[in-house]
Design a protein around this ligand. Structure first.
Ligand code: SF4
Ligand code: MG
Length: 454
């Protein structure tokens, strides 16, 4: 998902809209914005689909006020229904609250059951609604103490923006699993999931919100509160660098582009395949392929053309649509491929179905050899922190050998990036990143059985 918040700007909802537009790739299932004038009630609009489908000029102009928060939803927890679209807005004993959450809580089932036993009624199947109930039920005096108490019970990944209609709050889990960036407009302050949104809004980058930190924004500026104790390590999602974030975003101390290119360079250093051309699977394969080409000297060509009017196929949760998606999305360029020894680079193989189809397309164009290279290690485990990977058994690398995968996708050779190569490219070690989908070392423990029932 993607979240954004603006405080103190007469065009708050327009800026949030632009942010959601900038990180549309973080979630295409639904979008929503809630806005208000300080101390007044929220106006909100949420809908299914892309930001451009959910909002039009009229809807946006109705979202008045100098405070706004927004959300792009990517289904990882709860069903793909409108009720699950965020921001969630409530009125309760303490006043008002609107909240948008990126990430996934791993103990929400347990917390939810406990709340239901106390009489709480849930309107959605979403893990983020649990947060609202915990906040509303909490008896501490100050809102900061409420948050401290609530978030000390919550486990998992969360980058959250909230408003009580007076202030805007931004916070990150103690391991900093998902990104959250603080920026500054000429008029007002902003919080966004990805820094590429700052560029579009014309905001300047202030800094990343720290793990375990709460940022409180009001008319005087922003205040930093150490909300939760942090361990010595972090668990930034390394898959953000590999696939999820936009290359023009800065997060976890690096430009995504630089890391992604280095992943390709490292992949080339670990490889010695002779080929006539190296081509990316667009879009996620482009930057690593550039790095691979520069390091290896194999010429880079855009051998596959992507139709940009189709969303990322992966984000569409239904398997039947995925299959259709690959064909309408990509088409090879015959003059680049015919008679050539081709290296094709992608960021990951999940089920293997896309890769298999891509290789078939390349062969049908007359390639002499097709060598598949992946700019990450094999995806062997599902993510429980906010990326929608399929179940363990659907992950081809979970229960197949390298050679079995190669045979399935019909490549002449197949090679992945090493784990060491991945960490070296991201300029950090295991103590800095979550890499659980590549090695099964989950930084936040959870009950997988509970979780799978979603
Ligand atoms: Fe990211 Fe993978 Fe960890 Fe999920 S399991 S947070 S996708 S590195
Ligand atoms: Mg891709």
């Amino acid at each position: 998902c993607g979240v954004a918040a603006v405080y103190g700007n007469s065009e708050a909802s327009n800026h949030v809209y632009l942010s959601l537009y900038a990180f549309q790739h973080r979630g295409q299932e639904s979008a929503g914005i809630a806005s208000c004038f300080p101390g007044e009630r929220f106006t909100s609009h949420r809908g299914r689909g892309l930001v451009s489908e959910v909002f039009d000029e009229k809807k946006l102009s109705e979202l008045k006020g100098s405070i706004a928060i927004g959300h792009n939803r990517y289904s990882t927890s709860g069903k793909a229904i409108l009720e699950n679209a965020q921001p969630f807005s409530i009125e309760y004993a303490r006043g008002r609250l609107s909240l948008a959450h990126n990430g996934n809580l791993v103990n929400s089932h347990h917390l939810r059951r406990e709340l239901e036993q106390k009489g709480a009624i849930f309107r959605t199947t979403n893990d983020s609604e649990v947060l609202l109930h915990l906040i509303a039920h909490n008896r501490h005096d100050t809102f900061i103490d409420v948050l401290k108490s609530v978030f000390s019970r919550v486990r998992g990944a969360y980058s959250i923006v909230m408003t009580d209609s007076e202030r805007v709050y931004g916070m990150r889990d103690p391991l900093g699993i998902r990104p959250l960036i603080l920026g500054e407009l000429e008029e007002g302050l902003v919080l966004v999931s990805e820094s590429c949104a700052l560029d579009l809004m014309g905001a300047s980058f202030v800094r990343e919100v720290n793990p375990g930190e709460l940022i409180v924004i009001d008319g005087k500026g922003y205040e930093s509160i150490e909300l939760l104790p942090v361990p010595g390590n972090t668990a930034h999602c390394i898959f953000e660098f590999i696939y999820f974030a936009r290359p023009d975003s800065y997060q976890f101390g690096s430009y995504v582009h630089d890391v992604r290119k280095e992943l390709g360079r490292t992949l080339a250093r670990e490889d010695s395949t002779e080929a006539d051309v190296v081509i990316p699977v667009p879009d996620s394969g482009i930057v690593p392929t550039l790095g691979y080409s520069q390091e290896s000297g194999v010429p880079f060509e855009m051998g596959l053309i992507r139709n940009h009017y189709v969303g990322r196929t992966f984000i569409e949760p239904r398997q039947s649509i995925r299959h259709f998606g690959v064909k309408i999305k990509l088409n090879p360029v015959r003059s680049i491929i015919e008679g050539k020894r081709v290296i094709v680079i992608d960021d990951s193989i999940v089920r293997g179905t896309t890769s298999r189809k891509i290789i078939k397309m390349i062969r049908d164009c007359g390639a002499k050899e097709v060598h598949m290279r992946i700019a990450a290690p094999p995806t062997i485990c599902p993510c429980f922190y906010g990326v929608d990977t399929p179940t363990r058994t659907e992950l081809i690398a979970h229960n197949h050998t390298l050679d079995q995968i190669r045979t399935y996708i019909t490549a002449d050779t197949l090679q992945y990036l090493s784990h060491e190569g991945m960490f070296a490219s991201a300029k950090g070690g295991k103590e800095m990143f979550c890499s659980a989908c590549f090695d099964g070392d989950y930084p936040v423990p959870f009950d997988e059985h509970c979780h799978m029932q979603d």
